[in-house]
Design a protein around this ligand. Structure first.
Ligand SMILES: Nc1ncnc2c1ncn2[C@@H]1O[C@H](COP(=O)(O)OP(=O)(O)OP(=O)(O)O)[C@@H](O)[C@H]1O
Ligand SMILES: [Mg+2]
Length: 238
């Protein structure tokens, strides 16, 4: 169980002040939607949590542990990230599932790989199958399975369903919920889809221009009378 706390986080890159004094809490074992207009700083915030970026000032805590004191390998074991593009290496399904272990100088056992595939409903896909022949939905599920290899306690999702058809979207949402339920992971889910935020997440944090604009329960989103939230929702519905 991991609670994530941001304390006065600033990120400045190439003279661009991307995140301003972000202080917020992601309670353990909850699913938080990270929403906000394009360029608001959502991906930058997520990348701070698995060491792809580091803050210019401020501190992030996993429970009481400052993230700045964790080494990169431990941090990435603790927090797995899945992306919209589900990037894959050329090779087989197994090669790609094995990647987090290869990075750590280890290898996945075949039975572990089979169990991971079953966990994401890919039990019919052989480990030897070429990655190129997977559908978009299968590829995204494999990418999620890959983030589970190290049994992360934090799952970071960056628009993982935005290139999928509606049926695959629902399947991936169901999958994330079953992982959440069985493993009590803390999930931060960037989505542009307000209906998805309402359906699939407990609470939301809205960023705008690199600042926390509003937070609340996701089921209040569609009826919010907060001007910035309304503006975002109406913009997304166009
Ligand atoms: N390395 C960098 N140097 C300078 N500016 C950057 C860098 N990385 C990101 N930015 C800028 O920071 C801002 C926030 O980017 P970020 O990718 O976090 O936004 P986002 O909310 O994820 O947007 P989107 O919804 O389009 O994915 C953007 O204006 C972006 O151009
Ligand atoms: Mg982004």
């Amino acid at each position: 169980m991991t609670t994530i706390q941001f304390e006065k986080i600033n990120v400045i890159r190439n003279d661009h002040h991307i995140l301003h004094d972000i202080s917020c809490l992601f309670p353990s074992a909850t699913i938080t939607a990270l929403i906000g207009p394009s360029g608001a700083g959502k991906t930058t915030l997520l990348k701070l949590l698995n060491g792809l970026h580091s803050p210019t000032s401020g501190e992030i805590y996993f429970n009481d542990k400052p993230v700045s004191t964790m080494n990169l390998l431990d941090l990435r074991r603790h927090a797995g990230m899945a992306l919209q593009s589900a990037p894959m290496l050329p090779g087989t399904v197994f090669d790609n599932l094995n990647l987090p272990r290869t990075i750590a100088g280890d290898a996945l056992k075949e039975e572990e790989a089979v169990r991971l595939l079953a966990q994401v409903d890919l039990e019919d896909v052989p480990l030897t199958q070429d990655i190129k022949s997977l559908s978009g939905g299968q590829r995204q599920r494999l990418s999620i399975a890959r983030t589970l290899v190290n049994q992360p306690r934090v799952l970071l999702l960056d628009e993982i369903t935005s290139s999928l058809d509606p049926r695959s979207v629902k399947e991936v949402e169901k999958l994330i919920h079953s992982i959440h339920k069985s493993q009590q992971v803390t999930i931060i889910w960037i989505t542009h889809d307000v209906d998805q935020a309402v359906r699939a997440t407990d609470r939301y944090i809205m960023l705008k221009d690199g600042r926390v604009e509003h937070t609340g329960d996701s089921n209040t989103l569609l009826h919010s009378d907060v001007p910035a939230v309304r503006e975002f929702i109406e913009g997304e519905e166009l």
